[in-house]
Design a protein around this ligand. Structure first.
Ligand code: GCW
Length: 664
């Protein structure tokens, strides 16, 4: 894979059919905005390059808006960072609340032109749903990426920070989909990364943050909770120790003075071996608040992760339930967190499986800022070898009614601030990029990179619409390509689910790498991730008769999940231990469902490959080849999953496949 020559993804600006669009963009004027503003200046640069590349027109700036065909207006009718686009009598007006709004509006306009949509008569109003729309990178300073499937880091190499053309391209890409915050380093902060908040890295971090600032993006860093001990401060990280508090106050003064464009910090504490306040007998709130107080004078925020659970569990213990941990560790201090703390909650209670219920902490917390965390990197969903378009999954999470007792009770409402009127809320995704020439390993995985930002900005967008945009911008406007690739993307999650873990059970993956099937890989481990299969049935009893996890939801969700009859079937095995002979709504037994879906999953992969092959010559050659090659690996993987899962449950249950297919 080429590392020095990379694609422009959805910002290719290749020649497009005009449809009269060129006339609108030939003469532009600013009204109430200054071209001196760095974000405006970069928006105009993008506009110029884009229009010239796509339509061959040079945008001329005129000072009198009365003479312009494109007027870029600063208007206060829009929500922060929002914009509107309107065409009337030959004049296109882009109104924006602020410079970020204008930048997003310009990218939106370029997107419409790239998709060959006529601008005549257009009327669109777009206000962002989430105040904070972030990408979190799990990049290590040695250049490796935790759960990275697209090469090495383009932020770090051998403990140095890279600032180059690629940094700028990255900033352009994510700004074009509305991202306004980026965490560049892994939440597991070790070795050199602890030193990011010292003068060793200030200069270059400031330079990097300047590039981000050109595109309205704030830089965030992951923080090592034990930094005082490691950086020669007090011999403690106790959040109530005055010396420790003082050390952090001084440290933050220094850091914000050196990196003025810093937004704040992301913290993984007391999780998977990372240090945290529990070491000192303190609560998560005490830990988070200490840091929040230290960054407050500089307008900083602390994003505190809720991924806290016992990772040294005994598999024999059937009472401890990892799914319960997030709620159990955080609910008691609801309301105790400072205003500039945001709790960042993974979408499910376990860990980014292909199917999980929505975390009961979302909506469980009523007096604490909440932020949703999803994973665009495909750790458990095919590692950018297998295709898995994740936007429908994210959309399901956003649309979930938490039943928290407020009128606006969906996850979307909570994280956009609609429920409680708070502004320190939002969404973050673990990013799937690396230094591969195509940025995401599999070219089709860029649909997730793109789609997350679009959905974060507009929760109301349909995942199908987002897929179509991405295809048109990245592959082709050809109707056949659009329809076929859309079909591949939209069916890909269902297909992946079919050949991997049935009905919400999750896991059954190869330990450590998390790619490929190993049904018992985690069954006798310390990680709290069990399927509990025996010769009679399968699944984890999380009802009131089992671990009680279902009771962490508000009613009526708690009762719904509690009974196998009312539990949504796709989550049946997450909540219940069910006999293989149990009849599903389809009329099939559980075991037959397992066999059938696994055979279907592989057949669907074969069909996707046939469809992709019919597009040879119609999509860019390098994308065609890369994706085709990955499909071979996906098919191999799907067969392994099918045969191992089917054989495993056949051997456990002794029940024959009704169709007599080959099971080993
Ligand atoms: O799922 C686990 C991953 C870890 C990751 C952790 C987390 C960054 O396997 O690699 O660590 O989640 O979210 O903190």
């Amino acid at each position: 894979m080429q590392k020095t020559d990379w694609t422009q993804l959805w910002l290719k600006y290749e020649k497009k059919r005009d449809f009269g669009n060129g006339a609108y963009v030939a003469k532009a004027a600013l009204k109430g905005f200054s071209a001196e503003n760095r974000v405006i200046a970069h928006a105009l640069e993008e506009l110029n390059n884009g229009i010239y590349g796509m339509l061959g027109v040079t945008v001329r700036m005129v000072s009198d808006p009365g003479e312009a065909s494109l007027v870029l207006v600063n208007s206060n009718d829009r929500k922060k960072e929002g914009f509107s686009l309107r065409e009337q009598e030959g004049v296109l007006t882009l109104s924006a609340a602020d410079e970020n709004g204008l930048l997003y509006g310009v990218f939106h306009l370029l997107r419409l032109i790239a998709m060959e949509k006529p601008l005549e008569g257009i009327r669109q109003v777009v206000d962002p749903d989430d105040p904070l729309r972030m990408y979190d990178h799990w990049d290590n300073m040695d250049g490796s990426i935790e759960r990275g499937y697209s090469g090495e880091s383009f932020f770090f190499r051998q403990d140095e920070i890279l600032v180059n053309r690629r940094t700028r391209d990255y900033a352009r890409f994510v700004a074009s989909i509305g991202i306004n915050g980026v965490v560049i380093n892994n939440v597991n902060v070790k070795q050199a990364a602890t030193w990011l908040i010292t003068e060793r890295y200030f200069k270059v971090l400031a330079a990097l943050s300047e590039i981000f600032a050109d595109y309205g993006i704030r830089l965030y860093l992951s923080l090592n909770y034990a930094a005082p001990l490691e950086l020669g401060g007090p011999d403690s990280a106790d959040p109530l120790n005055p010396e420790v508090r003082h050390w952090w106050e001084r440290k933050m003064e220094e850091v914000f003075a050196e990196i003025p464009n810093l937004g704040g910090f992301l913290v993984k504490a007391d999780s998977e071996g990372r240090p945290g306040p529990f070491t000192y007998g303190r609560t998560q709130a005490e830990g988070a608040n200490m840091l929040a107080d230290a960054v407050k004078p500089f307008g900083g925020i602390i994003i505190w992760r809720c991924f806290v659970y016992n990772c040294t569990q005994d598999w024999r213990d059937q009472k401890t339930d990892r799914a319960r941990a997030g709620y159990d560790n955080f609910i008691a201090q609801d309301g105790d967190y400072r205003d500039n703390v945001i709790l960042q909650i993974k979408n499910g209670p376990m860990d980014f499986q292909i199917r999980e219920p929505v975390s009961p902490l979302l909506g469980g917390l009523r007096r604490t800022n909440q932020m949703l965390e999803v994973q665009v990197a495909q750790e458990y969903t095919g590692q950018q070898i297998d295709i898995c378009y994740l936007i429908p999954l994210f959309k399901e999470v956003l649309d979930f009614h938490t039943c928290c007792g407020e009128v606006c009770d969906t996850v979307s409402d909570l994280i956009s601030g609609r429920t409680y009127g708070n502004t320190n809320t939002g969404i973050a995704a673990v990013c799937n990029t690396g230094d591969d020439g195509n940025w995401t390993g599999n070219d089709l995985a860029a649909a997730n990179f793109y789609g997350f930002g679009r959905l974060a900005f507009c929760h109301g967008l349909d995942p199908e619409e987002i897929a179509e945009e991405w295809i048109r911008l990245s592959l082709s406007n050809d109707a056949d390509v659009v329809e076929k690739v859309k079909g591949i993307l939209l069916g890909s999650r269902r297909t992946y689910e079919k050949y991997t873990c049935p009905l919400g059970i999750g896991w059954m993956v190869a330990p450590n790498t998390h790619y490929g099937c190993s049904v018992d890989g985690y069954e006798y481990s310390r990680w709290g991730t069990y399927h509990r299969a025996d010769h009679l049935g399968l699944g984890v009893d999380r009802s009131s008769r089992g671990t009680g996890y279902a009771q962490q939801y508000h009613e009526p969700n708690a009762s719904m999940y509690n009974e196998p009859e009312t539990c949504p079937e796709e989550l049946l095995l997450f909540f219940h231990h069910v006999p293989y002979t149990h009849r599903l709504k389809s009329g099939k037994t559980l075991i037959q469902h397992i066999y059938d879906t696994h055979f279907e999953g592989v057949a669907e992969v074969e069909e996707m490959i046939r469809v992709w092959e019919s597009l040879e010559g119609k999509v860019p050659e390098s994308a065609y080849r890369t994706v085709r090659e990955r499909f071979d690996r996906q098919l191999y993987n799907a067969r392994e999953w099918r045969d191992q899962v089917n054989s495993y449950f056949y051997r456990k249950s002794g029940i024959e496949d009704e169709q007599g297919r080959e099971i080993y």
